[in-house]
Design a protein around this ligand. Sequence first.
Ligand SMILES: [Zn+2]
Length: 260
Amino acid sequence: MSKMRVYVMDNGININSLKMDLIACDNPNETFDFPSWTVLIMHSEGNVLFDCAAHQDPERQQLREIMENLKMKEEDKPVNRLAQIGIKPEGIDYIVLSHMHPDHYGFIDEFPRAEIIVSDDEFTYMVKDYALRRHPFIKDFEYFIGLELNWRLIPSHVKTEKLMDGVTIYNFGKGHSYGMLGLLLELDCGNKLLVSDAIYSSENIGPPVREPGICRNRKEWRETMEYILKLAKNLNAEIWYGHDNAQFKSLIKSTEGWYE
Ligand SMILES: [Zn+2]
């Protein structure tokens, strides 16, 4: 038996979103749909969740896009997707958080045993922004900071960290956010590089390169993207993009099967 199984979990779809937020396009009013999703790695050394979807609690959530555009059914919530596979919340050992945006950290508080791994730069600057009231989602962030979660921060000089046999954290650095983490999965079916929003979609790559509207620093975004493309080539890995609807449709979902 293979040492791990990888499940792609569907956590809803963002409909009628502005395309230019994710991919540069000529028409500023053009809208499109894109998926919200997470990945479970069921491994003989422990269970890992990559990202944690978006919640829609009106008490916490302030982003109009997530409250209005995200269509998320009850079964789409991470705990319910995991229940379908037979994994309880206590069964999650690690959550690797690609970054600290609300469509990726929504449910991190529902996993009591999990160590939550995030970039030190991301954590530090997001907390700073929060303290200075620069966030567009103050309430949401306040909720998490108030909880006693088990954080582990990956310093910026640590570029890779082996989490388990065949599972390696990659510290991609700045661009989309202050610090992006990715995950390399070495599977029998081929290597996968999970990059989350460091690259939203294959459409961003081009040619020509199409920058996203939502981006902390364009120069750093481009450098990070080029680094990821080189890395994927060297590792002979398929990139799994953050919000690529066409690619997501082509992946085997957790209700259908798994990768190993
Ligand atoms: Zn996202």
